[in-house]
Design a protein around this ligand. Structure first.
Ligand SMILES: *Cc1c(COP(=O)(O)O)cnc(C)c1O
Length: 351
């Protein structure tokens, strides 16, 4: 065991994991108090009357393969939201340890930290530099010894990619003391390589991926943490047995078959083209002040009067995400790229 285990919470390091019922698929299950008959509404492959595999190995193998990491370097979770929560619960002692976040960014890092009672150190992105990292600010915050540093690239809600060289340098520097978590929820829309290729060289690095965005499976709730096996096994102590529902497991396998994967790639092409088309059209609109560079499936747009735009969009039955009251995001709305027809209708309804 290495420092990756030493920096975890002592309660978790010594935790005896829940002893779940034996998993031997060929045998008749009279050991888990399940009903021996399937419900008539059960159209699953495996049967919903029985518990799913406690820690779904075949699924994790498939996800490791999808994301190009060795077996044992991938942990499936109920969305990457759960991976964020598990990381903080494993590594942050309540009332003592801190996480570092760079707002404006995904809200779950801060929420999960506060639930665990971890301190939240904020080093805002530099609005004047298209929301790039404030490297000097991060440097200064390291004096407070954060245990986990959360970065999102492409960043939600700003859309831009972060400086990956700087993140790797940080991971190198923090070896022995902290983990650098890079949330790549929108990576597939960017055309950029995943940092997961660097996991073997950078033990402090953790990468989060999800099937919720590019793969169109938000409802199945399947995210993946990619990291050194020691970090993966720390999370396995804390994640609930049977966390991933059988219907989700079956949906993921179906979506990751060759045909559906090719269809996903085709949809990504369309989406990226639509992003650039919507950007150009919005750029020419008199209500638009500025659009942040985006490598994701959304645009962060600063309007002259965000409230008016929001009201017109709502009238036309569109929901947009209002960030106008967030610090540094006055008059900004986040617009998800829709189908070509939805994008046309949205453009048509703008005031
Ligand atoms: C949407 C989103 C997620 C959530 O992913 P799930 O896998 O659905 O939990 C994680 N991180 C960021 C930055 C997101 O925008």
């Amino acid at each position: 065991m290495s420092w990756l285990t030493d920096i975890a919470r002592p309660e978790i390091r010594t935790l005896q994991a829940y002893a779940h019922a034996d998993w031997e698929p060929g045998l008749v299950r009279l050991h888990a108090n399940e009903l021996p008959w399937r419900s008539e509404v059960d159209h699953s492959i495996a049967g919903l009357n029985v518990y799913p595999e406690p820690h779904p190995h075949a699924l994790m193998h498939r996800l490791a393969e999808l994301y190009g990491v060795p077996q044992g370097w991938a942990q499936a979770c109920r969305g990457s939201d759960e991976a964020i929560d598990l990381l903080i619960r494993c590594y942050c002692r309540a009332g003592q340890d801190a996480v570092l976040v760079c707002p404006p960014t995904f809200g779950m890092y801060g929420v999960a930290a506060r639930i665990q009672g971890a301190r939240v150190l904020e080093v805002p992105l530099r609005r004047a530099a298209d929301f790039a990292l404030d490297l000097a600010g991060i440097d200064a915050a390291l004096a407070q010894d954060p245990r986990l540093l959360f970065f999102c690239s492409p960043n939600n809600p700003t859309g831009n990619l972060l400086d990956l060289t700087a993140l790797l340098a940080l991971a190198r520097r923090l070896e022995g003391r902290a983990l650098v978590v890079v949330d790549e929820a929108y990576l597939e829309f960017s055309g950029v390589d995943s940092l997961s290729r660097r996991l073997q060289d950078y033990p402090a690095l953790v990468v989060l991926r999800t099937l919720s965005k590019a793969h169109g499976l938000a409802g199945a709730r399947c995210g993946t943490l990619l990291a050194q096996p020691e970090i993966v096994s720390m999370l396995q102590r804390v994640i609930q047995p049977y966390a991933i529902a059988q219907l989700s497991i079956e949906a993921v396998f179906a979506a990751l078959a060759p045909g559906p994967l090719a269809a996903t790639a085709g949809r990504l092409e369309v989406l990226r083209a639509e992003r650039e088309r919507l950007r150009a059209a919005l750029q020419a609109h008199p209500q638009v002040v500025r659009i942040n560079p985006s490598a994701a499936n959304f645009l962060l747009v600063e309007f002259r009067d965000a409230a008016t735009v929001l009201a017109s969009a709502h009238q036309a039955r569109f929901l947009l995400r209002d960030f106008s009251r967030s610090p540094g995001l006055g008059n900004c709305l986040r617009i998800t790229i829709g189908t070509p027809q939805q994008n046309d209708q949205l453009l048509a309804c703008l005031p």
